[in-house]
Design a protein around this ligand. Structure first.
Ligand code: ZN
Length: 491
């Protein structure tokens, strides 16, 4: 009898495991290679459109608490401090069309991105749709790791559906507002001091701000911008229970509406709709509570993790960006070819925690095959501006250089992920879109991978990172895929 019970139990568990890991998108495989030749041969004026849809959670249902993502479990939201958005930008060169949606969200899995793509109307003619998350730690759980306990998901299926639908609607609104544009690009060299810290050696940042500015050819007015920077939006830190868009929210609002304090306008905005994309945040880029942030408009320092400190961080960025957007002498062009190279890749899932979490009902994402995750990389360029889409939190040294053969590392090998991604990318302004089309967790250089003693750089304790990574091979596979896309994209 016990034998039968045991067999039945094993069968139930096996069925559960098979169901959990079922492929949510069977056969989904993407391979796009738009080389821009048609646009080179017959250049047509660029067009751009922006759209946005609010994605606030519903806090009015006492029996449906909203679990905030990031830090510890069971952090329920009590208040909406400022709105969360899905912001979309669609760019069209007369031949091809690329769309980007940036979500005020912790992360969005590839299956959810595929769901968004399925809802884009065919007549919007979007050749490639990118969905990124700002990686905000004051937004509802969309990954399942921050529910009422470590064993229960914090994802509300209705909210996830709202985000999927809103992403598609934002993209549609952007398509409908397509209009002729001129573009100018800005790289704003920025030191991390007073803004953020790197909490894991080697100390490498991706602190420069990159901006793609869209203006009207008829009157020079701002239509919108894409701003890229790399830092965890978690300024209000772990005790916060307000829903907030964190520094990206302040940044977008101030670029549009100006810098205001108690009704007074301290700096005028430029109007338009602004989209923030996060970059290489792995390793770990963050504005810790120990970082003192100076508000350049109030001439005041903020250290405690408050909304005022977050606003100061937003103002640090705005005070650097606004002068560029107001610079009427910046070179602009109204013609640029769009090139898109994107590809589905598979990553081996070596993290047993990531394997267990779906069985427990925490992470809801399918596997393309047993212990293989389907994800995606892309290289998009618009004239001199290139974008590498990375499906998670990549360590800045993989992007900018500086990977170390770290003493104490588990593999004791020379750096694998070379040359640095940014040196391979084409063009003059090189964006990294982090958490693009997926959130697979940290993307860690193999030579810095460390789970076993002796620990990195002879430290007494182990480092944080590996527990939230699919495994030591992920970085190499992503790096190689980007390298191949770069080679494919060469004219
Ligand atoms: Zn993170």
């Amino acid at each position: 009898m016990t034998g039968i019970v045991l067999l039945a139990l094993i069968a139930i568990i096996a069925a559960r495991v098979l169901y959990t890991f079922r492929d949510r998108s069977p056969g989904y495989s993407l391979a796009i290679a738009i080389d821009g030749k048609a646009a080179d041969a017959s250049p047509r004026p660029l067009r751009v459109g922006f759209g946005r849809v609010k994605i606030n959670p519903d806090l009015s249902k006492p029996n449906e608490p909203v679990y905030i993502a990031g830090f510890d479990q069971n952090r329920t939201a009590t208040n909406i401090h400022d709105d969360l958005w899905a912001v979309a930008c669609v760019i069209d060169d007369g031949h091809s069309r690329v769309g980007v949606v940036s979500l005020d969200a912790i992360g969005f899995f590839h299956d959810d991105v595929i769901s968004v793509r399925k809802r884009l109307a065919a007549d919007w003619k979007i050749d490639y749709a990118i969905v990124c998350s700002t990686h905000n730690h004051s937004t509802p759980d969309l990954m399942g790791l921050w529910g009422p306990s470590v064993l229960r998901s914090g994802v509300n299926a209705g909210y996830r559906e709202l985000v999927i639908q809103s992403s598609a609607e934002a993209m549609g609104a952007a398509v409908k507002s397509l209009q002729p544009t001129r573009i100018s690009s800005h790289e704003i060299l920025t030191k991390p001091d007073g803004l953020l810290t790197d909490s894991r050696k080697p100390e490498v940042y991706d602190a420069d701000i990159r901006v793609l500015h869209f203006t009207s050819p008829s009157n020079g007015a701002t239509i919108g911008s894409i701003v890229g920077w790399a830092n965890h939006p978690e300024t209000v830190w772990s005790e916060n229970r307000d829903i907030t868009a964190d520094f990206p929210g302040y940044l977008r609002d101030m670029l549009e509406n100006g810098v205001r304090q108690n009704g007074a306008i301290l700096d005028a905005g430029v109007g338009g709709i602004h989209l923030f994309v996060n970059g290489a945040v792995g390793g770990l880029m963050t504005t810790k509570p120990s970082v003192k942030v100076h508000d350049p408009y109030l001439q005041q320092d903020f250290k405690e993790p408050t909304h005022d400190k977050t606003r100061a961080l937003g103002r640090q960025l705005v005070s650097r960006i606004l002068p560029r957007l107001e610079d009427t002498n910046a070179p602009t062009t109204d013609r640029a070819s769009i090139r898109i190279h994107a590809r589905t890749i598979e990553l081996p899932l070596e993290n047993d925690g990531f394997l267990l979490a779906p069985v427990l009902g925490l992470i809801d994402r399918g596997h393309s095959r047993w212990r293989q995750l389907r994800t995606e990389v892309a290289l998009v360029s618009i004239g001199d501006v290139s974008i590498a889409c990375i499906p998670g939190e990549i360590y800045p040294e993989i992007v900018n250089g500086g990977i170390e053969r770290a003493p104490g590392g588990d593999f004791d090998i020379d750096p694998v992920e070379t040359p640095p991604i940014r040196t391979m990318m084409p063009g003059k302004l090189k964006f990294i879109f982090g958490l693009a089309n997926d959130e697979i967790g940290y993307i860690i250089p193999k030579s810095e991978w460390d789970e076993k003693p002796p620990y990195l750089y002879n430290a007494k304790k182990g480092v944080y990172g590996e527990v939230n990574s699919v495994g030591p091979e992920a970085a190499g596979i992503i790096h190689r895929a980007i390298k191949e896309l770069v080679a494919q994209a060469k004219p």
